[in-house]
Design a protein around this ligand. Structure first.
Ligand code: UDP
Ligand code: MG
Length: 328
């Protein structure tokens, strides 16, 4: 028997969850039957939902699902810790021979799972993932920003991050264990998936719209997330600040030499102001860059957990409907 863990991060997904559950179970039931009838494999599934501090009825739906379907397990966080923490919690809780991570909003079509399983089962690949080939439905500015991000990070980082690669991934236990062996707290999964290596098959897909609810990502969040990726997987910004420092030192020396040799002092108040502003700005920029790495070290050293679990399907607390003592 082969167990496949389906991991689903959820944040305010009360509208999508019932649709998602219907679709994923249809796909997995079909897969189980097909592979069993064709004598290929005997499959079992577990569904691990991570409630990432949702403010709507997501947790209530998960409780109900786990009551009616024993394959449904869930982890509910004490607050919103972000999708990265949710994916980590799902992988840590999983027991499967294979793990597949996908979004709850059906933007990652569950019908691709059988194809992903085929690629990985063939032994040729350790992982199958989707890669977005079109950026339909996305603003021009965002597309431009995303493309530039991939160009920059791939030119300065040794870890290659595939343009458009999504978090929708089907992985072997061996690869999952390698990911779990990375103890870092500043997690940038796109980089982590690539850094651990292994052979990945990219399935090219068109962009799919959300089934229901709305995205929590905006330009500011994406910008900060991309900086997170650059600082987590490259030290090139430190080199850039070092080189800028050297160039400006050389420039200063050249100016002094020019004044001494040619006897022509540089004159004028605006020149001095411009130079002070330029050098001051560059110093602040370099300090900012160094500060980013120090702040990452600071969060790593503090060693705080990536997430805090409030409830799971095993520790479910009964919710009392009436309030016997009339407590407020
Ligand atoms: N998500 C999460 N925590 C968050 C934000 C999002 O677990 O803080 C989940 C969300 O429920 C969904 C997936 O991550 O299943 C992708 O989020 P979303 O659809 O908002 O992002 P997008 O598809 O627009 O990149
Ligand atoms: Mg989405």
């Amino acid at each position: 028997m082969e167990l496949i863990s389906v991991i689903v991060p959820c944040y305010n997904e009360q509208e999508s969850l019932p649709l998602f559950y219907r679709e994923i179970t249809a796909v997995t039931d079909g897969m189980k039957e097909k592979y069993y009838n064709e004598n290929i494999s005997d499959l079992a599934f577990e569904f691990i939902f991570i409630n990432d501090g949702s403010k709507d009825d997501t947790l209530k739906i998960l409780r109900e699902l786990s009551d009616t379907d024993k394959r449904v397990r869930y982890v509910s966080f004490s607050r919103n810790f972000g999708k990265e923490a949710a994916m980590l919690a799902g992988l840590e809780k999983s027991r499967g021979d294979y793990c597949v991570i996908l979004d709850a909003d059906l933007q990652h079509p569950p019908k691709l799972i059988p194809q992903m399983y085929d690629y990985v089962r063939s032994g040729e690949y350790d992982c199958a993932a989707t890669r977005r080939i079109s950026r339909k439905g996305e603003s021009k500015a965002l597309s431009f920003f995303a493309r530039s991000f991939y160009k920059i990070i791939n030119s300065i980082s040794q870890t290659h991050i595939v343009d458009g690669a999504q978090d929708f991934r089907f992985m072997t236990r061996q690869m999952v264990n390698a990911i779990l062996d990375m103890p870092e707290k500043n997690r940038f999964s796109k980089g982590i998936f690539s850094w651990v290596g292994f052979d990945t098959k990219y399935i090219e897909v068109e962009n799919t719209e959300r089934a229901a609810g709305k995205t929590t990502w905006n330009f500011k969040k994406l910008f900060l997330y991309s900086l997170e990726g650059i600082f987590a997987f490259s030290t090139a910004p430190l080199w850039i600040s070092l080189i800028m420092g050297i160039v400006f030192c050389l420039l200063a020396v050249a100016m002094v030499v020019k004044t001494l040799i040619c006897g022509e002092p540089m004159e004028g108040y605006p020149v001095i102001v411009a130079l002070v502003c330029l050098i001051g700005g560059i110093q602040l920029f370099c300090m900012g860059v160094t500060g980013q790495y120090i702040s990452k070290m600071y969060t790593e050293i503090k060693g705080r957990p990536s997430y805090i679990i409030k409830e799971t399907e095993e520790t479910k607390r009964p919710v009392r409907k009436n309030n016997p003592k009339g407590l407020k």
